[in-house]
Design a protein around this ligand. Structure first.
Ligand code: ATP
Length: 460
């Protein structure tokens, strides 16, 4: 099994992510987040918001509508050019994105920029001849209105970016922001991807977390911000435990950039040797605001009070996929470890391979699991329940009383729970409990009234 298959299986088994509409045979490119997945994804979004909005004086947040006036997509160029070249096999009739059968590694991971690629003219599945490429628009159409025949065709947003730029004036006039400043947003986006796949990596419905940062229209200053945000975003992934060797930047060659872009880098994740785009850092120049000014006929320029001058700011964008981050945090945390008895002070865990998710405690769906040693001893259960309800007020914690302790540890290892707290007979006397560490598997006794502080300190 490759890492995508392993994560897909674990995600389903433990309730992180299920295939969308599964009982009806599924719907390609859609996924449902289960009880653990919703916590993990929410923790990722909360950490993004904390670092990008809460901790900063120069960034504010927004939550724009998913459905926008269709003119937005004319202005942004999505209706004309948001497309992937598509080819079809004349023999087996399977469809592929042109980049999927293109030669070079660069083409293979940066589809939207290729036009005149030298491709092999064979179907990768059956070797049949393939058709000439056709442009395939990725925007998902929808219709608003109640009367048949009078419905307005519109779109589910293909990216969350435009919701920020169309509110540029609103944000400036309703807050005290001054250039340089940014607007962050997290939300769903939709794309009719031709070939959804590799688990959630390429979905048709997905979430993005973005920053649009407005700078003075000056080369040096805007590039300094570009470099700053590039580094900030890398540091953010590292601060949440992603391993440095699994992250790199990929620079888009100048000749492959969108016509308005001045620079673009991808933050890539190493999925067992296959480097995949996780986030894009883009210097968008003044393209978006100027386009929206032309199409809306509203003045979207900025008046700089200090310089007493009017201009269109330049935009530095950081655009990450929440689902891709979730997937790669899971991948990065995934370990198969051989455990032996000599590493293990007790006999509860026999020699075997364990699967463990070494998620950063801030991201872990549950911070701790609480177990009464035996489910049929009311004294133990009562004490465990009271510890559990106390901790619940402050942390996301879970309860388990099924099977033996070894099995419960295994289940929490796969859920990525950093600590397991067991209440045993000794606890009734000495008022302390066994706390087992997910990563080292070491067990220590901790007084019950110190548990809260203990968990608090581990979450910092
Ligand atoms: P790709 O080349 O992989 O299609 P992109 O360059 O089109 O991606 P952007 O338009 O820059 O992606 O979107 C920003 C981020 O949104 C990406 O880095 C990725 O994390 C996320 N994203 C884009 N498309 C998808 C998708 N179909 N499924 C999940 N996440 C996506």
């Amino acid at each position: 099994m490759n890492i995508f298959e392993k994560i897909t299986a674990l995600a389903k088994r433990r309730g992180f992510i299920y295939p969308g509409s599964e009982i009806y045979g599924g719907l390609a490119g859609t996924w449902d987040y289960g009880p653990l997945g919703v916590e993990l994804k929410r923790n990722i979004k909360n950490e993004f918001w904390r670092s990008m909005v809460q901790m900063r004086d120069d960034v504010v947040g927004i939550d724009a509508a998913i459905i926008m006036n269709p003119k937005v997509w004319e202005a942004s160029g999505h209706l004309a050019s948001f497309s992937d070249p598509l080819v079809e096999c004349k023999k087996c009739h399977k469809r592929f994105r042109l980049d999927e059968i293109a030669n070079s590694k660069f083409e293979a991971s940066h589809s939207k920029q290729i036009q005149n690629t030298d491709i092999t003219k064979c179907c990768p599945e059956c070797g049949g001849e393939i058709t000439e490429p056709k442009q395939f628009n990725l925007m998902v159409e929808t219709y608003l209105g109640v009367v048949e025949g009078e419905k307005t065709k519109t779109y589910l947003r293909g990216e969350i970016t435009q919701g920020v730029h169309v509110n540029f004036k609103n944000v400036i006039s309703s807050t005290r922001v001054k250039i340089p400043f940014g607007v962050a947003q997290i939300g769903k986006a939709f794309r009719n991807e031709i070939t959804p796949g590799e688990f959630t990596f390429r979905s048709r419905e997905f979430e993005q977390m973005e920053l649009q940062f407005y700078t003075k229209p000056e080369e040096k200053e805007s590039m300094q911000w570009f470099e700053y945000w590039k580094e900030e975003r890398r540091k953010w992934y590292l601060s949440l435990g992603m391993r440095e060797e699994n992250l790199r930047f990929f620079e888009h060659p100048k000749e492959k950039l969108a016509h308005y872009a001045r620079a673009a880098f991808d933050v890539e994740y190493n999925a067992e040797g296959d480097w995949k785009e996780m986030e894009g850092i883009h210097h968008r120049g003044d393209w978006d605001l100027k386009q929206h000014q032309t199409f809306s006929k509203q003045d979207l320029s900025y008046f700089d009070e200090e310089k007493k001058e009017r201009y269109f700011p330049w935009i530095i964008e950081t655009s990450g996929g929440v689902d891709r981050a979730t997937l790669f945090f899971l991948m990065d945390a995934y370990r198969e470890e051989l455990i032996t008895n000599n590493k293990q002070p007790t006999t509860e865990e026999k020699e075997e391979t364990r699967i463990v998710l070494k998620l950063h405690p801030k991201l872990a769906p549950y911070k701790a699991a609480v177990f009464p040693l035996l489910a049929n001893k009311p004294q133990l259960v009562d004490l465990a329940k009271s510890i559990y309800s106390d901790l619940k007020k402050e942390f996301s914690v879970t309860w388990d009383e099924r099977g033996n302790i070894g099995k419960r540890y295994r289940a929490q290892d796969e859920a990525g729970t950093p600590f397991c707290i067991t209440i045993d007979f000794e606890s009734l006397e000495s008022k302390d409990v066994t706390v087992r560490d997910r990563d080292t598997m070491e067990q220590v006794r901790i007084p019950i009234d110190a548990l809260q502080d203990f968990l608090e300190s581990k979450l910092k």
